[in-house]
Design a protein around this ligand. Structure first.
Ligand code: FEO
Length: 387
């Protein structure tokens, strides 16, 4: 989607990145990611954010095509994470007379990211509720701390009623890929912004006072219709409410015996009409497992005992759940152990420290390999989950 006019005088100048191996150093993005950037052409010209440094040249070329010889008056910086702010220095080299519109925290971060950056006389600092008139278009700035960094702002454009929402309402996936929004926006939100549910709720409350007709995020498609669908998803995710009634089973297994028990539980639950998702934590995408833990109302963790602890993939998974503020769910456990099974106790203790978790006390213990009596215990666990 190159240099597309999205609405009169507002252009897309972002880039797709399909070369990236891991987004933010940890997330697989099989369909790439877009770094969105926009230009508002009016009496004054404002560029909305930049892009990751390794796509800077392509972005600058998009910008020049749209400007068609004009010089931009403003670069608006809503978020300083390098996937958006990585080309600020490139922009300033090309357009040294432009003003940077942002806030004191962002200006500090600019000095930290770009050694020797010359900002004197170029900083146009804005506060909550302050406006910037471009002519027919006016931007109103709304602070959104911790959605997803402390300096984040969003901007509301009053003429076209557009919310420039920074990372909010973003999604993995390049723009030339057609795929379901909910799935990759959920994986993005839970893993990247998931810890900050309360700040997102605050932003949603502020946004509810605005008449928003379009949402232009920094990743993924521009949202121009059926906005209540996306806002409702954000409300569910940021308030840690389950989105889907069902059970997510996260297992890890050394020789396949714990896996057999996890798969048997899936079969039992599905026979009872329950919606089930399952992940092998060693082989499947960890970020998708974290996403599914937040998506479903119930979860079962299954792990062998290993070195007197849980198997490492389960330890990593539980660490992610804690760091993303996993809460408000019912959780059951399956452990395996050939001499001293301990995984059940350890998982219960760890998950029990999280907020508002209903623990199913009777965990299933497999000794080495699943046997007939274990299937009965799994039936019992399924019944308790359904209570
Ligand atoms: Fe897309 Fe928080 O950066």
């Amino acid at each position: 989607m190159k240099n597309k006019e999205l609405t009169k005088n507002i252009y897309y100048i972002g880039v797709d990145d399909k070369e990236i191996d891991l987004f933010e150093g940890q997330y697989v993005v099989p369909n790439g990611i877009s770094y969105n950037s926009y230009v508002i052409m009016d009496e004054k010209t404002a560029v909305m954010d930049t892009v990751d440094a390794h796509k800077g040249k392509e972005w600058l070329s998009n910008l020049k095509t749209v400007l068609n010889g004009k010089r931009p008056d403003y670069l608006v910086v809503l978020h300083m994470e390098p996937d958006h702010a990585g080309s600020i220095d490139l922009f300033l080299k090309e357009y040294p007379t432009a003003q940077i519109v942002s806030n004191p925290k962002s200006f500090q971060m600019m000095q930290a990211f770009f050694e020797g950056i010359q900002l004197e006389g170029k900083m146009h600092s804005v506060k909550e509720g302050e406006t910037l008139s471009l002519g027919e278009h006016t931007l109103t700035f709304v602070s959104a701390p911790m959605v997803h960094w402390p300096e984040v702002m969003v901007a509301y454009e009053t003429k076209e009623k557009i919310l420039f929402s920074a990372d909010g309402f973003g999604k993995f996936g390049a723009l030339d890929v057609v795929e379901d929004w909910d799935c990759e926006a959920r994986r993005y939100y839970i893993n990247i912004v998931g810890k900050y549910g309360a700040p997102v709720q605050t932003l949603l409350k502020k946004a509810s006072t605005l008449d928003i007709q379009k949402i232009f995020p920094l990743h993924g498609p521009m949202l121009t219709e059926n906005l209540s669908h996306y806002i409702n998803k954000y409300d569910i995710w940021s308030s840690y409410r389950p989105e889907t009634e069902g059970v997510f089973i996260a297992y890890t297994s050394i020789y396949g015996n714990t896996a057999k028990a996890a798969l048997k539980l899936k079969e039992i639950l599905e026979a009872k009409g329950v919606q089930v998702a399952i992940s092998d934590l060693a082989r499947d995408d960890m970020a998708e497992a974290v996403e599914d833990a937040f998506r479903y109302s119930h979860m079962v963790l299954a792990s062998p005992t290993y070195d007197g602890d849980v198997f490492p993939y389960m330890a990593t998974f539980m660490h992610h759940l804690k760091s993303k503020n996993y809460q408000n769910r019912t959780v059951g456990f399956i452990e395996n152990g050939s001499w001293v099974p301990l995984a059940g106790k350890i998982m219960k203790e760890k998950i029990g420290t999280l907020k508002n978790i209903h623990i199913i006390e009777n965990h299933v213990t497999i000794q080495s390999a699943m046997k007939t009596q274990d299937v009965l215990a799994l039936e019992g666990l399924a019944d308790e989950l359904l209570k």
